[in-house]
Design a protein around this ligand. Structure first.
Ligand code: NAP
Length: 251
C-alpha cells in the first residue's frame, strides 16, 4: 500500500490521463489506470510507472456503466488499497459538426461518458472516501474543458454543454462533502496535444489550426495539465475546494 493512498485515474491509458497517472505515481500515489478499450496503452503506462519504482495496475471499465464503475473501485481497492483520490478524466467529443447536423447517438454517448460517467465515478468515490461509509476523506479532480465557457460553436456544442455539467458537479459536490474531509475541484484544459482530436473529433489538424489563436501561441502538453491536477490533489491545496482551474494558455 502506498503512503499517499490509491488514486483512480479514469481514462488513464492515454493523453492527459496518462500524464496524470505518471505524475501521481511520482508523487507517491498507487495508481489505478482505467481504460475502456486500449489495454495495450494502459499496460504500457503501468509498466512505465513500475519501472520508475511506482505502484500501478490497469483496470478496464466503461465509466458510462454504473456497475462497471463499482467493479473499477472494488478492483482498485483490492489490488492497491483504500481509494483516496479520483481523477475524473475519461472523456470524448464525438465527430466535429454543427449541432443541427449531429447524430443523436453522438450526443447521447458524449453525455453518457462525460456527464453520467463523471457522476457515477464521483458517487462511488464518495461511497469509499466519506466517513459516513467508514472512509478517511480524499480528493476528487474533475477534468472539464475550456469548451464549457467557449461553447465550441460549429465544433461540438454538445461536448461544451457536457463540460458545463462537469463544472456544476464540481461546485455542488464540493459543498455537499466539504464537511466529510473530501475536496472536489476541477481542471479545465484548453487546446492540448493528445489523440482526442484525431480519434474522437475526427479533426487531426485541429492543434495546428487553433494553436495561433491561443494567447500563449501554442497548444498545451498533457504534463502541463497534470501539474495543475497534482497540485489540487496535494496538501498545498488544502483550502481549495469547489473551484476549477483553467489551464488554457489564456484562451
Ligand atoms: P484521449 O487522448 O482521447 O484519451 C481518452 C482517454 O479516455 C483514454 O484513456 C480512453 O481509454 C479513455 N476513455 C474514453 N472513453 C472512456 C470510457 N467510456 N470509459 C473509460 N475510459 C474511457 O483524451 P484527452 O485529450 O487526454 O482527454 C482527457 C480529458 O481531457 C477528457 O475529459 C477531455 O474532454 C478533456 N480535455 C481535453 C482537451 C484536449 O485538447 N485534449 C481539452 C480540454 C479538455 P482507451 O485508451 O481505452 O480508449
Amino acid at each position: 500500500m502506498s503512503e499517499r493512498g490509491t488514486c483512480i485515474v479514469t481514462g488513464g491509458s492515454r493523453g492527459i490521463g496518462a500524464a496524470v497517472a505518471r505524475d501521481a505515481a511520482r508523487n507517491g500515489w498507487a495508481v489505478c489506470v482505467n481504460y475502456v478499450g486500449n489495454a495495450r496503452a494502459a499496460e504500457a503506462v503501468v509498466r512505465e510507472i513500475e519501472s520508475a519504482g511506482g505502484t500501478a495496475c490497469a483496470v478496464q471499465a466503461d465509466t458510462a456503466d454504473p456497475a462497471a464503475v463499482t467493479r473499477l473501485f472494488d478492483a482498485a481497492r483490492e489490488k492497491l488499497g483504500p481509494v483516496s483520490a479520483l481523477v475524473n478524466n475519461a472523456g470524448i467529443t464525438g465527430p466535429v459538426s454543427r449541432l443541427d447536423q449531429a447524430e443523436a447517438e453522438t450526443i447521447r454517448r458524449v453525455i453518457d461518458v462525460n456527464v453520467n460517467g463523471a457522476l457515477y465515478c464521483a458517487r462511488e468515490a464518495v461511497r469509499r472516501m466519506s466517513p459516513r461509509y467508514g472512509g478517511g476523506g480524499g480528493v476528487i479532480v474533475n477534468i472539464s474543458s475550456g469548451a464549457a465557457t467557449l461553447g465550441s460553436p460549429n465544433d461540438y456544442v454538445w461536448y461544451a454543454a457536457s463540460k458545463g455539467a462537469v463544472d456544476s458537479l464540481t461546485v455542488g459536490l464540493a459543498k455537499e462533502v466539504a464537511g466529510e474531509g473530501i475536496r472536489v475541484n476541477g481542471v479545465a484544459p484548453g487546446l492540448t496535444v493528445t489523440d482526442i482530436h484525431a480519434e474522437s473529433s475526427g479533426d487531426a489538424g485541429r492543434v495546428e489550426k487553433l494553436a495561433p489563436s491561443v494567447p500563449l501561441g501554442r497548444a498545451g502538453t498533457p504534463e502541463e495539465v497534470a501539474n495543475a491536477v497534482l497540485w489540487l490533489m496535494s496538501d498545498a491545496a488544502s483550502y481549495v475546494t469547489g473551484t476549477t482551474i483553467r489551464v488554457s494558455g489564456g484562451r
